[in-house]
Design a protein around this ligand. Structure first.
Ligand SMILES: N[C@@H](CCC(=O)N[C@@H](CS)C(=O)NCC(=O)O)C(=O)O
Length: 135
């Protein structure tokens, strides 16, 4: 069954999942766009049933529905561990798992927490203003 990735072209969290699909050479994917600018992700019951937080991306692989881009990335890296470059350490190597989790946690709590508000207020807000002819 073909994978489905529900996301948006402007979403960097969707890009995170797409990056892993690319690295793993997974091309058999249906990309389903949701209109985040209109807020569809917050009101469409079928989307909220997949992600109760009303966000993208969401990955569907058969019976499995996953949200949270980093969880999707880990799932793809484990399921397709033999395709392309290895992106995640072997479960039998506790030190490598510990270091991987440390880096993943630092990325989320130390880097992303600082950078995301900056990107939203400077990059995305500027782009929206330009689109509306305000800049
Ligand atoms: N921690 C989530 C964040 C998801 C997220 O914030 N996605 C944004 C797009 S980049 C979104 O859905 N924004 C629309 C909204 O919050 O209503 C993840 O990594 O997937």
């Amino acid at each position: 069954m073909v994978l489905q990735l529900i996301g948006a072209a402007t979403s960097w969290n969707t890009l995170r999942a797409r990056h892993v699909l690319f690295e793993k050479g997974i091309h058999d994917v249906e990309l389903i766009d949701i209109n985040v600018a209109n807020g569809d992700q917050k009101v469409k019951p079928d989307h909220l049933a997949k992600n109760p937080y009303g966000k993208v991306p969401v990955l569907i692989d058969g019976d499995l529905t996953l949200f949270e881009s980093r969880a999707i990335a880990v799932y793809l890296a484990v399921k397709w561990k033999t395709s392309g470059e290895s992106l995640i350490p072997e479960a039998a190597n506790p030190g490598a798992i510990g270091l991987f989790s440390q880096a993943a946690s630092a990325e989320l709590t130390q880097f992303d927490q600082l950078v995301e508000p900056f990107v939203l207020s400077h990059v995305i807000a500027n782009r929206k203003s330009r689109t509306r002819g305000l800049l």
